[in-house]
Ligand binder design. Structure first.
Ligand code: TYD
Length: 216
């Protein structure tokens, strides 16, 4: 059995990665691939604990510090890879994760006092984590993302603070420098849902095609 492909979608809150990961999986299935959408925090025990923290109504300063959060996200990632991602890749599926390691680097460093040191800490505790075949960063104007979060309703989660979201958007623009060993592409997320899916699909099909020995 040929190993599948591991695709990651990244972006600030409201950038559309959750919608797009489902749509991408559906589009790939229609084209005859087996695709599995998943997300971090995962649905495993550590992931559920993280979601409790995210939805607890605490402010960032009242939540566990960036090191504690980075360790919890890294533990969830190890669990997610072992239980869900690796077995499906071994079955030849395309696994699409809504968030992965780049989220840890961006969010945990942005909520630390010394972002460069924090990024190094995050990279260190994630050493050995599965490297995605492609990470797609959906860049978006934080004001557009905020309008979408407001339209969606519900109480804001831990990191859904305007000033922080602006800094996260800038860090995402710098993704290649923050995570130089992972293949990364960027696309703009302000367009229609259909246009973003089409662009995403084109990037992902190129990666799937490479594995099948098609001409470049
Ligand atoms: P999100 O992806 O918005 O999920 P949902 O829409 O289901 O609530 O929430 C996850 C939050 O966790 C988001 O604000 C980013 C943050 N996060 C980190 O800070 N570090 C990480 O490593 C990951 C995976 C997520």
């Amino acid at each position: 059995m040929k190993r599948g492909k591991f695709i990651v979608l990244e972006g600030i809150d409201g950038s559309g990665t959750t919608t797009q990961s489902t749509r991408l999986a559906e589009a790939l299935e229609r084209k005859g691939h087996r695709a599995h959408p998943t997300r971090e925090p995962s649905t495993g025990l550590v992931g559920r604990f993280l979601r409790e923290i995210l939805a607890s109504g605490r402010r960032v300063e009242e939540a566990p510090d960036y090191k504690t959060m980075a360790l919890l996200f890294a533990a969830d990632r190890a669990d997610h890879c072992a239980i869900e991602i690796a077995p499906r890749l071994a079955e030849g599926e395309v696994v699409i994760s809504d968030r992965y390691l780049l989220s840890s680097i961006v969010y945990q460093s942005a909520t630390s006092a010394v972002p460069e040191e924090a990024a190094e800490f995050v990279r260190a505790v994630n050493r050995g984590a599965l490297v995605p075949d492609l990470t797609v960063v959906v860049d978006i104007d934080p004001r557009v993302a905020k309008a979408r979060r407001t339209a969606r309703g519900g109480a804001p989660e831990l990191y859904e603070v305007d000033e922080l979201q602006g800094r996260l958007a800038s860090l995402y623009l710098d993704a290649e420098r923050l995570l130089s060993e992972h293949p990364i592409v960027h696309l703009r997320g302000e367009g229609s849902v259909e246009d973003v899916t089409a662009e995403l699909l084109a990037h992902v099909e190129r990666v799937i095609g490479l594995g099948e020995g098609s001409p470049a």
